[in-house]
Design a protein around this ligand. Structure first.
Ligand code: CA
Ligand code: CA
Ligand code: CA
Ligand code: CA
Length: 270
């Protein structure tokens, strides 16, 4: 079975390729999170004591998107906050998860079936499909602090053979999590994220200039959504919970990795 088929096993292909609800255009969406500016960037060390975090408010990760509902707050509960500098977004997630598990050692395999913080970002808030493009990113930040997503097919032959371009993005994300000594049931996860625009490419010819992350500024709006893949056994993901109540398509709320139109809106404020 090809990786690609494996990836989508259990998902109705019709739901993947059906005419999108919003025809690829993001509907008018109110701001879901207002991120304050950080005079001093937080240290990405899993210790949430940085002054910048005190300015930002928490947003709950509590909308069941796929799988079963967590059995208790100890099984899963989570919330996050965001601050920004001109160069980066900074995310702090506070996660309670009774069992942390990484049962697929290869970071490129079944990354959604190990515990992972999933960060969805659409730099220009365009909405629209992004599964095989960089119109938006769905970074799965795994317990080994690496970020995984799927890029465009590398060649026509790969596309024909459904050979997915699953890869790591070490230059996009810096991540560190740690258990809290005061409340060992909680982990604090800090992430520094560069907002790459939709013309980002995996490789450039010698004549091409590499696309740089967007410069951030007050008033900028980005498509944004946070989620957590909670796996508690080697059997795969038990609960997939996000911060946006997604309108289902054919009963399926798990649309974020396909369609950026379901993301919320992150607004940068001073
Ligand atoms: Ca810190
Ligand atoms: Ca759990
Ligand atoms: Ca976009
Ligand atoms: Ca877990």
């Amino acid at each position: 079975m090809s990786y690609y088929k494996h990836l989508f096993s259990g998902i109705a292909l019709s739901s993947l390729f059906a005419v999108p609800t919003y025809a690829g255009v993001k509907p008018e969406t109110a701001t879901t999170y207002q991120a304050p500016y950080a005079k001093s960037a937080p240290d990405i060390d899993g210790i949430p004591q940085d002054a910048a975090w005190s300015k930002a408010s928490w947003r709950d990760i509590d909308k069941l998107t796929a799988g079963s509902a967590p059995s208790s707050n100890e099984d899963f509960s989570g919330r996050y906050k965001v601050v920004w500098t001109k160069q980066h977004l900074y995310i702090l997630a506070e996660i309670s998860d009774d069992i942390l598990i990484d049962s697929h050692p290869n970071p490129l395999e079944h990354y959604w079936d190990d515990d992972a913080l999933e960060i969805f970002i659409d730099e220009d808030n365009s909405g629209g499909k992004h599964l095989f493009t960089y119109n938006a990113f769905a970074y799965h930040v795994s317990l080994d602090n690496q970020a995984v997503d799927m890029g465009p097919f590398l060649t026509d032959a790969d596309e024909k053979a459904s050979k997915a371009n699953v890869r790591l993005y070490p230059h996009h994300i810096k991540s560190q999590w740690m258990r809290s000594a005061e409340t060992p049931s909680k982990i604090y996860w800090e992430v520094q994220l560069a907002a790459y625009p939709d013309n980002y490419k995996d490789e450039y010819s010698p004549k091409e200039k590499a696309v740089k992350p967007a410069k951030l500024h007050e008033g900028k709006k980005l498509g944004f959504m946070m989620a957590y893949c909670d796996s508690d056994s080697p059997n795969g993901r038990d609960h997939f919970i996000g911060d946006i109540d997604i309108k289902p398509v054919n009963g399926d709320k798990n649309r974020g990795y396909i369609d950026a139109s379901v993301f919320g809106v992150l607004e940068l404020s001073k």
